[in-house]
Design a protein around this ligand. Structure first.
Ligand SMILES: *Cc1c(COP(=O)(O)O)cnc(C)c1O
Length: 391
């Protein structure tokens, strides 16, 4: 009989009852070291005292009013994100999927309002992931996402990531926008070189195409800057944010320049729950904690430590691992054995990692993971690899 929960995931045989920092505890009291962060979501770890306090306080006052009224918690979070980024304005959502969906709608509406309603073509890249709506699977275009769900949304041109000639040829003045992850997450932790991000910005500037960054996984301090594109010194016209911004409370946002958002007037878009007081209270507290030079300095230091230890791990298990790549605390270990075997061997050591594309094991810990927990995580990976070598 089909499970009551639709079986769209093949789930590992664990469930958890509580969490604290980088640790999760199951019903038997067994502690697991979590360096997957619920797929880069729990940026400040589990049960962060400040976030618990803020959420509980808001829960005791007001949960929901709808966007028919002003929502002060939304306005406060929007001001914080605006002060910290390229953006002039933003729309709040409940997920990354919705934030990207809105980015696509905004690109189309922009050209409609500019009197070019046929300028709808959007360039995307292979290996990307933008969410599970029909629009977002059409954008990412991989068969793994799209098979059986056609007809897909028209208008996307999916190019091989890194094929500069194809990009040069495709990016003419019929292109409405370009969507890119500065660091591909689901695709296997693949950072786009700074020079490519700069080149993409220049090419978009020369035709007017809107540049959209999907920073749902790589944003909110994950790479050691508040947003990953800051490393390259370029800014997008539109950016999707989610995952870490809510630390597990469902929250996303679609940020934009005033120009890019110029078509999105009253009635053009909406959401019942998007930016509700609970989510935005948490988001504001996350911003206060993460958008801080001392905090981000620590992320970079910890990232260096983690990277160094993982390089050592790869060197001592050359039959299991190939290399480490990534940025900040968004790291991928490319494996020589199936990545699922490594993830499962980690479970046996009570260590939680996340598989990714290109046979990668993703390491996406809480940004405030302790040095001891970094050492412990790599020790557990070392034991997992030793067990695989013995098998
Ligand atoms: C997770 C993710 C999404 C989708 O976000 P959901 O909250 O799962 O809808 C989109 N883009 C990227 C880069 C992601 O990592």
């Amino acid at each position: 009989m089909i499970p009551a929960v639709m079986p769209t995931y093949s789930r590992a045989p664990m469930s958890f009852e509580s969490g604290e920092g980088s640790w999760l505890v199951d019903r038997d009291g067994t502690r697991y070291l979590d360096i997957g962060g619920g797929i880069a979501v729990t940026a400040l770890g589990h049960a962060h005292p400040k976030l618990v306090e803020v959420l509980a306080e808001q829960a005791g006052k007001l949960w929901h009013t709808s966007n028919l009224y002003h929502v002060p918690q939304q306005e406060a979070l929007a001001e914080k994100l605006r002060d910290a980024t390229f953006a002039d304005t933003m729309f709040f959502t409940n997920s990354g999927n919705e934030a990207m969906e809105m980015a696509i709608k905004m690109v189309r509406k922009y050209w409609f309002e500019k009197g070019q309603p046929d300028r709808t073509k959007i360039i995307t890249f292979t290996g990307s992931f933008h969410g599970r709506s029909i629009a977002n699977i059409s954008a990412a275009a991989s068969e793994k996402l799209t098979q059986g769900f056609g007809p897909l949304l028209e208008g996307f041109v999916n190019l091989e990531a890194g094929d500069h000639d194809a990009l040069q040829a495709a990016l003419d003045d019929t292109v409405a926008g370009v969507i890119v992850e500065p660091v591909q997450g689901e695709g296997g932790i693949i950072p786009l070189p700074d020079a490519c991000l700069k080149g993409l910005r220049d090419m978009c500037d020369s035709t007017g195409a809107l540049l959209v960054f999907d920073e749902i996984q790589c944003g909110v301090g994950r790479t050691g800057k508040l947003f990953a594109h800051e490393w390259a010194g370029v800014t997008p016209d539109i950016m999707a944010v989610a995952k870490g911004i809510g630390n597990g409370f469902p929250l996303g946002a679609c940020l934009a320049t005033e120009d890019a958002a110029s078509g999105m007037g009253a009635g053009s878009h909406g959401s019942t729950y998007g930016g509700n007081p609970l989510a935005c209270a948490v988001g504001s507290a996350v911003m206060d904690l993460v958008n801080d030079d001392a905090f981000l300095g620590e992320v970079n230091r910890k990232a260096g430590l983690m990277r160094q230890k993982l390089e050592g791990l790869v060197a001592s298990h050359p039959d299991i691992f190939e290399l480490v790549r990534g940025a900040g605390l968004m790291l991928g270990i490319k494996c020589k054995v199936p990545n699922a075997d490594v993830v499962n061997a980690g479970y046996a050591q009570h260590l939680l990692t996340v598989p990714g594309g290109d046979n990668v094991v993703r390491v996406l810990p809480a940004l405030n993971i302790s040095d001891d927990d970094i050492a412990e995580a790599v020790a557990r990976l070392d034991r997992a690899a030793t067990a695989l070598e013995a098998a």
